[in-house]
Design a protein around this ligand. Structure first.
Ligand SMILES: CC(C)(COP(=O)(O)OP(=O)(O)OC[C@H]1O[C@@H](n2cnc3c(N)ncnc32)[C@H](O)[C@@H]1OP(=O)(O)O)[C@@H](O)C(=O)NCCC(=O)NCCS
Length: 187
């Protein structure tokens, strides 16, 4: 275990995503596809295959290497993926901001995993990435996701009409932010 791995429960840890997660990601996303449909963009069929996830991971890991993203997975005791957290659009300078996205496998929903993982991601964003702010947006009626953000110290900053194309339509979103610290930008 590296210091980038964070135990969330007795049998689930948050750890950086690797190229080896592609098949396990495809399995979890396929298992949870119907459950996530309302809150997700319409995906091409290849998205649910190991090949599609391998391509997606390669892009995310290239963004990580360029300092633009940080992708994690939630992995169970057998190292099977049961969720994911991604900080994307990382920007430094005076903004020091990232956008947070996440999902949890249908078989593990309602166990506090998302809330625990969002807390750890925000700690890493502040302490390791030197960010000042994390933002997230949820479809206005995604009550579970909004509850996760509220429990994790995020505040509502507004509602954006027709913000993202989700489940086939441009959906209004509630926008959230969490300010991570009040110190000056790290040099
Ligand atoms: C949103 C999601 C990540 C939550 O993951 P999770 O591990 O189940 O979250 P947690 O267990 O940490 O917390 C969920 C909270 O939402 C609450 N909740 C769940 N369904 C709810 C509903 N329909 N209405 C109101 N609250 C709800 C739970 O009771 C819990 O709150 P509590 O601890 O106060 O009881 C998961 O449901 C998911 O992956 N959804 C599909 C994808 C998605 O919506 N991603 C986010 C896009 S912004």
């Amino acid at each position: 275990m590296t210091d980038l791995n964070h135990p969330l429960t007795d049998d689930v840890q948050l750890r950086p995503a690797t190229p080896d997660d592609a098949a396990s990601l495809a399995e979890a996303l396929t298992r949870s596809r119907a459950y996530m449909k309302r809150w997700e963009p319409v995906r091409p069929e290849v998205f649910y295959t190991p090949q599609g996830q391998a391509r997606r991971l390669a892009g995310l890991l290239a963004d990580r290497d360029a300092g633009r993203a940080m992708p994690w997975v939630l992995a169970d005791a057998d190292d099977r993926v049961v969720g994911a957290m991604t900080l994307a659009s990382i920007e430094l300078g005076p903004f020091r901001n990232a956008r947070l996205g996440y999902w949890v496998d249908i078989d593990r929903a309602g166990q506090g995993l998302a809330t625990a993982a969002v807390g750890r991601v925000c700690e890493d964003a502040r302490d390791r990435l030197g960010l000042h702010r994390v933002e997230a947006g949820t479809v206005v009626d995604n009550a579970a996701s909004q509850r996760v953000l509220a429990k994790s110290g995020f505040e509502v900053i507004g509602t954006a009409p027709r913000y993202l194309h989700i489940d086939g339509e441009w959906r209004d979103h509630r926008l959230f932010q969490r300010i991570l610290h009040d110190g000056p930008p790290r040099r």
